[in-house]
Design a protein around this ligand. Structure first.
Ligand code: PLP
Length: 399
């Protein structure tokens, strides 16, 4: 794994133990090189010019779509819609799918959701009179799937839940969610923001209908992401935003729309970012998957054990390593997470402290916020050691 770490220029340059990967991962040299090469040799707008640069840019952009289709196991690249990220993808569905719902129809979310997968549904509720039902969670911060039967019913049209929690690290048992949805003919959306870096995934095989991800959490650039949706779902949806590139014909009176995925890509897309995202996906595909998972599980175990050994810390999430990703959040009795993060920063350890865009979850656990250490494949034992040393310092300073 040391060789992997050396591929990340920022980790070489900054003397930093970067444990804020749940917020944003770093970018390897191979991906940076692809972005620079695109911008230096192929920069042009896509789908509109006939000169050679425009054609090269369009080809690179559409190749990126094909790569993302492969990365997610999509049937074809027409199922890949480029978005600004997970938030953009979920808002797209909340409008394009949500606007077809009738008052009284129900959308199921969970207590575990990032605000990105809660607020758009609340806005839909207020816009359309749709009813929002909330799946509870277990004591260790997993979806309480035994209670699915209580919240999923005949009026459920969509279940929108996280694939991996950005707070507890819990991995959703998607098969049970899909089973409950199918029983009432509802669709399933998975928020894949925290799962994408651990791919490639065969998303269609999971049985879901929509999948949202952000590239900046999977070793690529900011400002781009993907909505994957089954072809028939996309075909049944009206556009979310209007503008250039999403049209077939326009007169002053009316417009007819392009087929998906262009129907959902109004305006100039993030072109170099999409090309960079494909490079990031290829970089992930080339990783030794089993070895990476074992490495991350071992480091996650060390973090969890370290917390268990220290008084005044409380893990918010499963203590076991089964169905769990390397996201470790904890509360510290009598110390605000921002203070913990500040002390750790003085040890060169980058963490995240706060509500993690999951305020209802914080309320549920009765904490103002938590401190979160989240790992990526380039992290090592030295990072965990520095974290534990810094944590001891923070716990000692605030008595
Ligand atoms: N969902 C989850 C689970 C996340 O962790 C995040 C980001 O932290 C998001 C959604 C939002 O992602 P973005 O801000 O890239 O749209």
């Amino acid at each position: 794994m040391a060789a992997l770490r050396r591929q990340f220029p920022i980790l070489e340059q900054c003397d930093l133990h970067y444990l804020d990967n749940g917020a944003t991962t770093q970018v390897p040299r191979a991906v940076l090189d692809v972005i620079v090469a695109h911008e230096t040799s192929h920069r042009a707008n896509v789908h509109r010019g006939v000169h050679r640069l425009a054609e090269a840019a369009t080809e690179a952009f559409e190749d990126a779509r094909a790569t993302m289709a492969r990365f997610l196991g999509a049937a074809d690249k027409g199922e890949i819609v480029f978005t600004g990220g997970t938030t953009g993808a979920i808002n797209l569905v909340a409008h394009a799918f949500g606007n077809r719902l009738a008052p009284g129809d129900e959308v199921v979310v969970s207590l575990l959701e990032h605000h990105s997968n809660l607020v758009p549904w609340q806005m839909l509720r207020d816009r359309r009179g749709v009813v929002l039902r909330v799946l509870p969670i277990t004591g260790e911060g997993r979806l309480d799937l035994d209670n699915l039967g209580r919240v999923v019913g005949a009026r459920t049209r969509l279940i929108a839940v996280t694939h991996v929690s950005n707070v507890t690290g819990a991995v959703t048992d998607v098969a049970r969610v899909v089973e409950a949805a199918r029983a009432v003919d509802a669709a399933v959306l998975l928020d894949g923001a925290q799962a994408a870096a651990h791919g490639p995934w065969d998303i269609p095989a999971l049985g879901v209908d929509f999948y949202a991800l952000s590239c900046h959490k999977m070793f690529g650039p900011h400002g781009v992401g993907v909505l994957w949706a089954r072809r028939e779902r996309l075909a049944a949806m009206d556009p979310f935003m209007g503008g250039g590139e999403m049209i077939r014909t326009v007169t002053l009176e009316r417009t007819t729309f392009a087929d998906p995925p262009q129907r959902f890509e109004a305006g100039t897309p993030p072109i170099a970012q999409a090309v960079g995202m494909a490079a990031a996906a290829r970089w992930i595909e080339a990783l030794p998957r089993e070895a990476c998972h074992a490495h991350l599980a071992r480091l996650t175990g060390r973090l969890i054990e370290g917390l268990a050994e220290r008084a005044r810390t409380r893990l918010i999430g499963p203590a076991g390593l089964q169905a769990r990703m390397p996201v470790v959040a904890f509360a510290t009795a009598g110390i605000h997470p921002h203070d913990v993060c500040q002390v750790l920063d003085s040890h060169g350890v980058a963490l995240r402290g706060g509500h993690h865009c999951a305020q209802p979850l914080m309320d549920h656990f009765d904490v103002a916020g938590t401190t979160r250490a989240s790992l990526a494949v380039y992290n090592d034992d030295g990072d965990v050691d520095a974290f534990l040393t810094g944590l001891d310092d923070a716990l000692g300073r605030f008595r």
